[in-house]
Design a protein around this ligand. Structure first.
Ligand code: GDP
Length: 417
């Protein structure tokens, strides 16, 4: 046994050669089959001023008309005064692989005279999605956990050619610890290549200056050169200068392409010489969708969860053992145990609060229903009483109750006179 195995209690690793085919080499295929059967969930958020081409880009990315054509923006005075959060979901399938895609739009962002707090409802929305996930994790039955967390946020930068605006910096500063930020320069066809290169440089230096963390394609030590080169190439394009179009246009050499036609030529969406759309799609869909989901779960959500539980007074676990001093070690274990208990208690408290809230809501609803029923009965009784009093008055005044009955054959109208 190695000394490490003694101290950690882990089983020693002995390398053995197999005598024949056992079958666990098939494990990746099993995982593959299972995940294909289950399907995938992915939630992308788009943020940026109206008219920057967010809907068009989503339609272009997923090659579907997820977003219908939008109405033009009403005059400033008639617009809502806060940022709204709207989700659109779609089940899409490609070669038998099902993806439940949710796109969260944030209409109103950056469209007001005062945009100081535009980031707030978006942070709240992202956190409430974390909350809902944590609540599901704490349930007794965790079989059907729905992951509504936002896995990537495409932030659309206006193609001004200057540098980032205050609203861009504020948004990214507030959001970068909660979501995978992917900045894109919108409508890149409105700028020349040189302008784009300079603009990108300024954006990146602003991002670095404000210590904003944007999502980077990860590379691992044991990865092949090709994968590493691919990741580096994608990284070199950030922030992606994109052009969106869901229309096919003819090129001068007779091809039909997705693009935007101008008097001077055609900007092709899928041509890497024309814009960074292809690289963005690679980052978001083709190569790193799973990494985006993983980073959301393992880092962003985990950090938020730890912070949340700590703020509720729960101490964090520690795996450091005090080998040298048994008393210190016991003390540490006691603290750990207490922390665990406190954590369990806090989680139970959360579940309990949730249950109480649900019960209260249910009670309130039954109360409202009871009240409505009571009112209905009271109205019916009042009406009955009024009818009876009316009849009583008629009887007392000596008039017949129903004219038809007292004078058969006569018409109603005659009796009234
Ligand atoms: P949203 O309000 O951000 O969702 O913007 P839309 O996707 O509705 O696009 C607003 C307008 O910009 C539409 O007329 C689009 O055709 C146009 N548009 C979208 N993407 C681009 C682009 O990459 N370049 C140019 N020049 N126009 C675009």
């Amino acid at each position: 046994l190695s000394p490490a195995a003694h101290t950690t209690g882990a089983a020693p690793v002995i390398r053995k050669k197999l005598m024949g085919y056992v079958g666990f080499a098939n494990l990746p295929n099993q995982v593959h089959r299972k995940s294909v059967r289950k399907g995938f969930q992915f939630t992308a958020m788009v943020v940026g001023e109206s008219g920057l081409g967010k809907s068009t880009l989503i339609n272009t990315l997923f090659n579907t008309s997820l977003y219908p054509a939008k109405e033009p923006l009403p005059p400033a005075a008639e617009r809502p005064k806060t940022v709204a959060i709207e989700s659109i979901g779609a089940d899409i399938e490609e070669n038998g692989v099902r993806l439940h895609l949710t796109v969260v739009d944030t209409p109103g962002f950056g469209d007001f005279v005062n945009n100081d707090d535009s980031w707030k409802p978006i942070v709240e929305n992202i956190e409430s999605r974390f909350d809902s996930y944590l609540e599901q994790e704490n349930r007794v039955n965790r079989m059907k956990v729905v992951d509504n967390r936002v896995h990537a946020c495409l932030y659309f930068i206006q193609p001004t050619g200057h540098s980032l605006k205050q609203i861009d910096i504020e948004f990214m500063r507030r959001l970068h610890t909660k979501v995978n930020l992917i900045p894109v320069i919108a409508k890149a066809d409105t700028m020349t290549d040189e302008e784009i290169a300079e603009f990108k440089e300024r954006i990146l230096s602003d991002i670095a200056h404000h210590n904003i963390h944007i999502f980077q394609a990860p590379t691992y030590d044991n990865e092949d050169e090709e994968t590493i080169a691919e990741a580096e190439e994608i990284a070199s394009k950030i922030p992606f200068a994109v052009v969106g179009s869901d229309k096919m246009v003819p090129t001068p050499d007779g091809r039909q392409v997705r693009g935007r036609a101008y008097p001077w030529g055609v900007v092709e969406v899928d041509n890497e010489d024309h814009c960074d759309f292809v690289k963005l799609r690679q980052m978001l869909v083709r190569t790193y969708m799973e990494e985006l989901r993983e980073y959301t779960n393992d880092v962003l959500y985990e950090n938020w969860r730890t912070e949340k539980l700590l703020s509720m007074g729960v101490a964090q676990d520690s795996t450091v053992f005090k080998e040298i001093n048994p008393a210190a070690r016991m003390q540490e274990e006691r603290v750990l145990h207490e922390a665990k208990l406190a954590k369990m208690e806090a989680e139970m408290k959360m579940v309990f609060q949730q249950k109480v809230q649900e019960k209260e809501a249910k009670l309130k609803q039954s109360e409202e229903e009871l009240y409505a029923r009571h009112k209905e009965m009271k109205d019916a009784l009042d009406k009955q009483r009024a009818d009876l009093e009316d009849k009583k008055r008629k009887v007392e005044s000596g008039r017949p109750l129903t004219p038809e009955k007292s004078l058969p054959g006569r018409k109603k109208g005659f009796l009234r006179t």
